[in-house]
Each structure stands twice: as C-alpha cells, then as structure tokens.
Write a protein that binds this ligand. Structure first.
Ligand code: ASN
Ligand code: ZN
Length: 332
C-alpha cells in the first residue's frame, strides 16, 4: 500500500516547491500517483536501465544545490508535475499520450553530460548533470521542452529533419515556455527565453530567444527557401518568432522583468492576441492538422484552420495568425 503524500522539494531552479510523493512502509518515494504515476529515478551516473527509484526518510528532497544528489530529482519531479498540470489545465490533455499514464524521469545520466532528452522507446525523460559552468539540465523550460517531444511524436509526428524538424523543435520551445508561464514560479519566472537557468554558454545567456531567434548566433528569424537545411534547433527560429509575434506583438515589450524587442521580416507591425489564445491555436494545429511532413507553409495553413475552428474566420485571432506568419515571411 502506498499512501499519497505531498513532499517538499528544495530545487535548484524553482525554490521550495510542493511535490507529489508516496509513502510505502516507512519510506517516502518520488512517485506522484496523483499525476498518472510519474516516478523519478536516479541513474547514479549510469547510462542504461531504469535506475533506482528515489527514496527518502523525511519527504524533504534536495537542498537547492547541485551537490546534493536529491536536488536534481526534486527539479525533475517538479518539471514533470508542472508539465502534466499545464497540459491538463490548458488543453485537457491527460499525459503525453493523453491516456492518463505518466512517463518517468531519470536524473544523473552519465558524467558531465550537457543535455537532456526525451526517448519514445522507453517513454521516459533523461537529464544530465551538466559540466563546468553548465548546471544540471533540469530547469522547468527544459523539462517542458523535452516532454513536449513526446506529445509531438504522439500527435503530428513531425519528422525531425528539414522544415518539419524545425517545427518539431519550435513546438517544444513553445510549450516548454508555456509550462514555465503556467508554473508561475517566482524563482523561475515565465519568459520567452529557453534554457536561461542552466547557463549552457557559461556566460549567463540563454540557449534560445523567441522574440528574435538570431540573437543566439545561429537561428533564423524568418523563413527562407533554405531554412530546412539548418540544424533543427536553428530552423525552429521562424516558428518560435511567429509564436512570440502572435502572443505579444512586434516591437519592445517588458514581461516579468525581461525586455523583448521583436522585429518583423517586412517591417509591418504585428499586434499580439495574447499567449493563451496563441497556445490554443498552436495545440489545435499540432494535434489536428499537422502531419509528419508539415512544412512552414503547411503550418500557416494548419494554424489558420485551427484559429478558424476556435475563434472564427472573422476573428482577431485568425487575422493575428496571418499577420504573425507574414512577419516571418510566410504567406502575406
Ligand atoms: N535536448 C535536445 C533537444 O530536445 C536533445 C536532442 O537533440 N533531441 O532538442
Ligand atoms: Zn528539442
């Protein structure tokens, strides 16, 4: 018998949080039976197998630093629970496969591993500890990004190369950002930056910028005929930029203390329709109209159909989709 508990997580990135845990005998487990049975395991620097379920005597997990081996587990469990709650509350989606069953997470993968990844074959999430200046890869937007790869593969199935690969990556950045805003955590506020907490560049800069993707030095701001030849983490740029424009509009804006300055490819100003509507449109487009081979032009058509379904073809939201895609040089 496992009793449902709520433990305390002293996370590295999100402060002190409440975690769904279980009590089995006299041992607490990082096992959230209230959200599809999500469990958090430690690989203890191994690279295969499920690892060891994380357990604890007092239901207080980690100490807020990466030197405590439970801390990564607390961040991973928090990321999984906020991602579950984001999809459930925002879209009525019950888990990555929408079947009520949670994935599981593995932390402490390998040694000095500077990445995190979703794997369809184990239906599981894996996080490295980082190396040098880079901290554990367990921040909220990274967790939401990676688990969204599972959602994409169980819905549109966007092939991970060419333009569809960029759209796949952007979908993970879009909903990863959605998770971060949804969590409303004062230690890791919602922003249109990706990976700003993990210091992957060693200078405090984020991995990606949705308002102006080229700020990362590799991503495209707008569509062009060769964009599909870029790495998928760079061909995602135009779609990330479209989502920012659709949500917030072009020009300068301060949100949660972060200043954005988003251009448009044609210099025509775009008015945002708000993040909530933009999320609904992208989710419906992804789950209803996109397929494995969807490209940028197809994504525009899918988003317009989704906006029409949700808000009507004469709505500001429908017009906003057209304007935001025009702002990244897709359609006009
Ligand atoms: N963290 C990377 C990503 O989600 C892993 C990968 O290259 N697939 O994009
Ligand atoms: Zn990704």
């Amino acid at each position: 018998f496992q009793a449902v508990k709520t433990g305390t997580g002293n996370t590295q990135y999100s402060g002190t949080v409440t975690l769904g845990t279980s009590l089995s005998g006299s041992t607490y487990q990082l096992n959230d039976t209230t959200r599809g049975g999500h469990k958090t395991y430690s690989l203890n620097r191994g690279t295969s197998g499920t690892g060891t379920l994380m357990t604890d005597a007092d239901d207080v997990w980690g100490d807020g630093t990466g030197s405590n081996t439970q801390t990564a587990g607390a961040d991973a469990a928090y990321g999984a629970q906020e991602t579950w709650d984001f999809y459930k509350n925002t879209f009525g989606r019950s888990g990555i496969r929408n079947d009520g069953v949670a994935a599981y997470s593995r932390v402490h993968y390998s040694s000095g591993y500077v990445n995190a990844f979703w794997d369809d074959s184990c239906f599981c999430m894996t996080y490295g500890d980082g190396s040098g200046n880079t901290h554990a890869l367990t921040s909220l937007d990274v967790a939401g990004h990676e688990m969204t790869h599972g959602v994409t593969s169980n819905t549109a199935g966007l092939e991970y190369s060419g333009e569809s690969g960029g759209l796949n990556e952007a979908t993970s950045d879009i909903f990863g950002t959605g998770v971060e805003f949804f969590a409303n955590n004062s230690n890791d506020v919602g922003d249109y930056l990706v990976g700003e907490k993990i210091d992957i560049n060693g200078d405090g800069s984020p991995l990606r910028y949705m308002d102006k993707p080229s700020k990362d030095g590799g991503s495209a701001d707008s569509w062009y005929s060769g964009v599909g030849n870029l790495d998928v983490h760079y061909s995602s740029g135009p779609a990330n930029h479209m989502f920012y424009l659709l949500s917030e509009g072009s020009g300068t804006k301060v949100i949660n203390g972060v200043t954005y300055n988003s251009p448009t490819s044609d210099g025509v100003a775009v008015t945002g329709i708000g993040r909530a509507a933009a999320l609904q449109i992208w989710y419906k487009a992804l789950t209803t109209y996109m397929t494995s081979s969807t490209n940028y032009a197809d994504a525009r058509a899918a988003a317009l159909r989704a906006a029409s379904d949700l808000y009507g073809a004469n709505s500001a939201q429908y017009a906003g989709v057209g304007n935001a895609f025009a702002g990244i040089n897709v359609g006009s």
